[in-house]
Design a protein around this ligand. Structure first.
Ligand code: KDG
Length: 306
């Protein structure tokens, strides 16, 4: 999506000028990984409007393969407005009903492209966009499993996009098609009515996932697999400027750790670092670091470097 943020006043109703940027959980993760030097492709649909061109250029400019992005002249590119009243009170307004992305269909997916990936990253936002988008994301997860591509799932519950009942049913279905799940603690609670870490993680593992990492914001994260479990401490953050995208930064950090063959614990430590860094800069992905910035941050903060 294109994201507009009020500039002249933090409140939308008084703002006369807006900053224009790119937002979207999946593009945030893709950008985070590309900045760390990994090969990333983004699969989506955009309008043929100016906003679609702007997003395509931005994502391509970050070094991401956009060969699987389709453009559709009949539907507009999705938009959203982000009102940062203060870092604890962020309000979003979506303009994405009938967007090009919501019309993505199973026959937009190229199986040969997908099967060459190591990981498929999906979120629980896509199925909330339309029935077509729901069917497409499920098909992608099934294809990935068929080709032994690891499925990484961030539930990213967006209550504004669908009913609680539908969200719970579909997100639980997606958990069962995933290898690695990275929920926030509120999402674990929403899905399984469980706020204690180990029993919450057990619920995910019982549905067939191999790794669960529960994001705990500034406190870090809780990791559980069949063989290991534990908390991995977060990095101190002096002042949060904009928390949006921190969870995506976390996912990018974790996946980059996996791609670099780090241990699970070290990958989560990297994830914590990138999540913290992303909160220091305004924008959904702007604070995501390159390798040099990441290593400098980790070394300065904790004397650790992974
Ligand atoms: O995780 C950050 C995203 O929430 C943001 O970039 C916009 O994808 C978005 C959404 O649906 O809210």
């Amino acid at each position: 999506m294109v994201v507009f943020t009020p500039v002249s006043s933090p409140m939308m109703r008084f703002a006369e000028t807006f900053a224009k940027n790119v937002g979207g959980a999946e593009t945030n993760v893709a950008i985070g990984l590309a900045r760390l030097g990994h090969n990333v492709g983004w699969i989506s649909k955009l309008g043929t409007d100016e906003f679609g061109t702007y997003i395509l250029n931005t994502v391509r400019g970050e070094g991401i393969d956009v060969s699987q992005v389709k453009r559709d002249p009949d539907f507009p590119t999705g938009l959203y407005f982000k009102e940062i009243r203060n870092p604890e009170d962020i309000r979003v307004s979506y303009y994405r009903k009938g967007s090009a992305a919501s019309t993505i269909q199973t026959n937009d997916i190229n199986e040969d492209y997908l099967k060459n990936a190591k990981y498929l990253h999906v979120t629980g936002i896509t199925p909330a966009l339309s029935d077509f988008a729901y069917q497409t994301v499920i098909k992608m997860m099934e294809l990935a499993r068929k080709h032994k591509v690891k499925v990484v799932f961030d539930p990213n519950l967006r209550r504004k996009l669908w009913s609680e009942e539908k969200a719970r049913t579909i997100l639980t279905e997606m958990v069962a098609l995933s290898d690695i799940v990275l929920p926030g603690i509120e999402e674990a609670d929403f899905l399984f009515q469980e706020t204690d870490m180990a029993p919450a993680a057990d619920q995910f593992l019982a549905r067939g996932c191999e790794t669960v990492i529960i994001k705990l914001g500034e406190k870090g994260a809780y990791l559980q697999t069949k063989n290991e479990s534990g908390y991995i401490e977060g990095f101190p953050v002096k002042q949060v400027v904009d928390p949006v995208g921190a969870g995506d930064g976390f996912v990018a950090g974790f996946l980059s750790g996996m791609l670099n063959d780090l241990s699970l614990t070290d990958a989560v430590r990297r994830a914590n670092a990138i999540g913290a860094m992303q909160t220091q800069v305004k924008g959904d992905y702007e604070g995501l670091p390159d390798n040099e910035e990441l290593h400098q941050f980790m070394f300065q903060q904790n004397n650790v470097d992974v």
